[in-house]
Design a protein around this ligand. Structure first.
Ligand SMILES: *Cc1c(COP(=O)(O)O)cnc(C)c1O
Length: 395
C-alpha cells in the first residue's frame, strides 16, 4: 500500500492532497480499485504472459504517474504510452527500470535522442522509419543496439507494416546493426464486438506472419495482440503479453464482457454546491433559457462546467447524485458552472458534495451512461477531463 508521503510525492505538481477539501470540483482516483483491477486481470493470464498497463493520455485522465506506480506494484511489468513526452514524464516521476513502450510513431532525431536518453522503446512501422533510426543512432555514436518493437497492420489500417510483408520488413530491421527486435505486435479493430469474424481473421494473419518469420529463421522474443476487450474475451489472444487500458480503470469495453472479471471504477467526478436559490414558475435557467421552471423550484449552482471537460451537449440530459439521490441537471452547462434541480432537497447547503460520476450510497452513475447519451465510448469520456480538475488520490 502507498503511504501518504508517497501519494503526496506522486501528486507533486498536480495538487496538494491536503488542500483538496477546498476545491470546487475534482476527480477522485481510487488507488485500491486500480490495484484490485490489475490483480483481477492478472489472474486471467497464464504465468508466462506479461501485463502491460496502458497509461497513455495521462492514464486515460487518471494521472499517469500514480497509475503507473500502482499498476507496477499490482503486477503489471510493462507500461504503454502514446508519445515520447508521456514516456519521459514517467521516467521523471521515478519509474527507472520498468520497460516503457511508445505505441505511437516516432521519426525525428529529437525523438530518437530522447528515446535513448530516457530509455524508452519505440514502435517501428516502416522501412523508412527503421533506416532513420539506424542512421540517427549511428550519428549519435550509440554502440549497443536498442530494443525496437515491430508493429504489423493485420486489419486495423492504422500504424503498422503490411502483415503480408512481415518477413521482408523484419529481415531489414534485423539487418540494421543498431536495432534489436524486442517484440512483434498488432492491434485489433473489433475486439469489443460479439461478432468475432474480423478479430479471428486478424489473429490468423498475425499468426501467419509469425509462421512466415519462423520459416526465415526469425523467432520473435515476444508477440502481443490483445487490448482490454480481447484479453477479457479470448485467452487464445494473450500470447506473451497483453496491453490493457480501459479495464485497469475499472470499465468494461462491452456489456457482454461483464461476467469475465470483477472490476471497480477507479475514477469519480465530484463538485461542490456554490449557491442555492428558489426560482418561481416561468423563470428561465442558464444561457438561452433552454430550461424554464414549470413551478416554484429550488435550484443549486455547482462549480464545474465544460471547461473542465463536461460535454456541453449533456445539458438537460444528465443526473447527478446528492445525499444518495438522483438529481437532474437543468439548463445549458456553462464554461465553469451548471445548475441542478434540488427541489427534493430544499435544505441543501453551499459546500455540499455532488457526485457527477461515481457512487453515492446505493446509487451509481457511470461513464457508460454519458457515453450512451453522447453516442460515443467510455474511453472518450475518461480522457475528456481537463487538468483544471485536480486529481485526488484516495486509497
Ligand atoms: C490504447 C491501446 C491499447 C489499450 O486499449 P484498451 O482498449 O483501452 O485496453 C492497446 N494497444 C494499443 C496499440 C493501443 O493504442
Amino acid at each position: 500500500m502507498l503511504d501518504n508521503q508517497k501519494v503526496k510525492d506522486l501528486l507533486r505538481g498536480d495538487c496538494d492532497i491536503y488542500a483538496w477539501h477546498s476545491q470546487r470540483a475534482w476527480i477522485e482516483v481510487n488507488g485500491s480499485a486500480l490495484s484490485n483491477n490489475v490483480k483481477q486481470l492478472h489472474k486471467l493470464l497464464s504465468p508466462q504472459t506479461k501485463l502491460m498497463a496502458v497509461v497513455k493520455a495521462d492514464a486515460y485522465g487518471h494521472g499517469a504517474n500514480f497509475v503507473a506506480s500502482v499498476a507496477l506494484e499490482a503486477g503489471a511489468s510493462w507500461l504503454g504510452v502514446a508519445t515520447v513526452p508521456e514516456g519521459i514524464q514517467l521516467r521523471e516521476s521515478g519509474i527507472v527500470d520498468s520497460p516503457i513502450l511508445i505505441l505511437g510513431a516516432t521519426h525525428t532525431s529529437e525523438q530518437i535522442r530522447a528515446i535513448i536518453e530516457w530509455n524508452l522503446q519505440p514502435t517501428i512501422c516502416t522501412s523508412q522509419q527503421a533506416l532513420i533510426f539506424s542512421t540517427t543512432l549511428e550519428i549519435l555514436g550509440i554502440s549497443l543496439p536498442i530494443p525496437v518493437h515491430i508493429k504489423l497492420d493485420t486489419g486495423m489500417s492504422r500504424l503498422g507494416a503490411k502483415w503480408e510483408e512481415a518477413a521482408e520488413f523484419v529481415q531489414l530491421v534485423k539487418s540494421l546493426p543498431k536495432l534489436k527486435v524486442a517484440s512483434i505486435y498488432s492491434h485489433l479493430a473489433t475486439s469489443d464486438s460479439q461478432d468475432t469474424i474480423i478479430m479471428k481473421q486478424q489473429q490468423a494473419r498475425f499468426e501467419a506472419a509469425i509462421t512466415q518469420l519462423r520459416i526465415f529463421g526469425i523467432t520473435s522474443p515476444c508477440s502481443h495482440l490483445a487490448n482490454s476487450a480481447a484479453m477479457m474475451g479470448d485467452s487464445s489472444l494473450h500470447y506473451d503479453m497483453v496491453r490493457v487500458g480501459l479495464a485497469i480503470y475499472g470499465l468494461y469495453p462491452a456489456p457482454h464482457l461483464r461476467n469475465t472479471v470483477s472490476l471497480l471504477p477507479v475514477m469519480q467526478l465530484k463538485a461542490r454546491v456554490t449557491q442555492v436559490k428558489t426560482i418561481t414558475a416561468s423563470t428561465g435557467v442558464s444561457y438561452n433559457h433552454t430550461f424554464i421552471a414549470s413551478h416554484t423550484m429550488r435550484i443549486a449552482v455547482i462549480g464545474i462546467g465544460y471547461a473542465d471537460g463536461i460535454p456541453r451537449s449533456l445539458s438537460n440530459k444528465i443526473q447527478v447524485l446528492i445525499r444518495g439521490q438522483k438529481i437532474s441537471q437543468i439548463g445549458s452547462i456553462t464554461m465553469d458552472q451548471m445548475m441542478l434541480d434540488v427541489s427534493s432537497i430544499p435544505d441543501i447547503q453551499v459546500g455540499e458534495i455532488v457526485t457527477l460520476l461515481g457512487k453515492d450510497g446505493q446509487v451509481e452513475i457511470s461513464a457508460y451512461e454519458w457515453a450512451d447519451e453522447l453516442n460515443t465510448i467510455s474511453w472518450e469520456i475518461l480522457c475528456g477531463f481537463k487538468h483544471r480538475l485536480p486529481r485526488v488520490v484516495i486509497m
